[in-house]
Write a protein that binds this ligand. Sequence first.
Ligand code: G3P
Length: 218
Amino acid sequence: MRFFVDTADLDEIREAQSLGVLDGVTTNPSLMAKVGVEGKDNIFRHYKAICDIVSGDVSAEVLATDFENIIREGEELAEIDDKIVVKVPMIKDGVKALRYFSDKGIKTNCTLIFSPGQALLAAKAGATYVSPFIGRVDDISNDGLALIHEIVDIYSNYLYTTEVLAASIRHPMHIIECAKIGADVATCPLKVITSLLNHPLTDRGLEQFLADGKKLNL
Ligand code: G3P
């Protein structure tokens, strides 16, 4: 399973990269607004800075909702760096744009996926990734992980090459369950990735080893 970090914060991306387990980055307009980047030039420079830190794919989202402008914005974003993946919302013009970008060899991430039918449409339109939002499905008392399961099953029935990028991940068990189901990628806040480190028996065991190590007079 690949790990992407879901943030636009350069320090967090550097920290995730330094762990040696990072495969890419996803951003969205809310995450960009959170780091306070404004204006097209600054935003494009910020995407470039992210691409310079990581070795894998970097999702950058279009703001347009009509076909012509999704294409215009997406082509401009794709020009920034080869690592850029154009993130497109699951709407009718978004689906048309997925097909257009796919035919042009531009990588895409279809976002705001909340049903298996949406994921099927995105795959048929040639999306590189789909982003089902686990946490937001859980938030409305439905089963976000069941959605990942259904999409993985459907894609494997027909050998679609679209990758399942599990998003809106809120805690470590979301990652573990996605790995068991066979999601291709989990995109997570840095604190959720680092929470995989934690186990009280590791802490207790290390404390004991260090205490006994002192007796060795190294
Ligand atoms: O990648 C999508 C993600 O940023 C949404 O997460 O926690 O806002 O539902 P969340």
